[in-house]
Ligand binder design. Structure first.
Ligand code: 13P
Length: 250
């Protein structure tokens, strides 16, 4: 089965609601590629205007985070019910910045992943090693542990529909993109790990993105790798360049 590529922007803490509408208007004519699912994960306050601005185009709007409870006294958090009501189909879970600055752990990632599935939202589950871990030669062990915990109690059918984003922390926002070989090696190991937890069909179906300084120039080679099914794009998703990344094969 051929997996459809999924190329997602992660705007992080950028773009006011009015800037969001302006950027989506700019991107709309630039991201036509029937081979690719195109997604922009935007700040919570931008979701509704972004949905409105993206209407009539192939751009889907996703969220950057979600809490693992439906409602209650959790000041400042975003509930899955709110995302569903706004029409959100994808949510980034466990980005390394959330792990580093907002105390997210493999356990909270797992809770969020389960909650997203419960509400029919597809999680984009982030994993990735530090530079120290890469230098220590423990990259694959570390990523396998992140994946195994993230998928605890997730069914095979849910896992098959999930997206994993492999984002080496040392490549995020540094301009230092992983080599094609490094990215492919880890994405392949992730797929094998999913195959061990579930089965071959699930491993074949799950989509695995690479993220970390993806640019219009690095995208074609990265996305041509057998185990890389697209990208999670930070900085380059804030400008018209994102259109060139989405149209990497044109
Ligand atoms: P950059 O593309 O800016 O390196 O960010 C990658 C990222 O963290 C996407 O989630």
């Amino acid at each position: 089965m051929a997996r459809k590529k999924i190329i997602a922007g992660n705007w992080k803490m950028n773009m006011t609601p009015s800037q969001a509408v302006e950027l989506i208007d700019t991107l709309k004519p630039l991201v036509g590629n029937e081979d690719v699912d195109v997604l922009l994960c935007v700040p919570a306050i931008d979701i509704i205007p972004a949905m409105e601005a993206a209407k009539g185009s192939n751009i889907m709007i996703g969220a950057e985070n979600m809490y693992f409870e439906e409602k209650g006294a959790f000041t400042g958090e975003i509930s899955p019910l709110m995302l569903v009501d706004a029409g959100v189909k994808y949510v980034i879970i466990g980005h390394s910045e959330r792990r580093e600055y907002f105390a997210e752990t493999d356990e909270t990632v797992n809770k969020k992943v389960l909650k997203a599935f419960e509400h029919g939202i597809t999680p984009i589950i982030c994993c990735g090693e530090t530079l120290t871990q890469r230098e220590q030669g423990v990259t694959i062990d570390f990523i396998r542990q992140q994946i195994k915990i993230a998928f605890l109690n997730v069914t095979a059918a849910q896992a098959a529909s999930a997206v994993i984003a492999y984002e080496p922390i040392w490549a995020i926002g540094t301009g230092k993109v992983a080599t094609t070989e490094q990215a492919q090696e880890v994405c392949k190991a992730i797929r094998e790990c999913i195959g061990e937890i579930y089965d071959e069909a699930t491993a074949d179906a799950i989509r695995i993105q690479y993220g970390g300084s993806v640019s219009a120039s690095s995208a074609p080679e990265l996305f041509a790798q057998p185990d890389i099914d697209g990208g999670l794009v930070g900085g380059a998703s804030l400008k018209a360049d994102f259109g060139r990344i989405v149209c990497y094969n044109k």
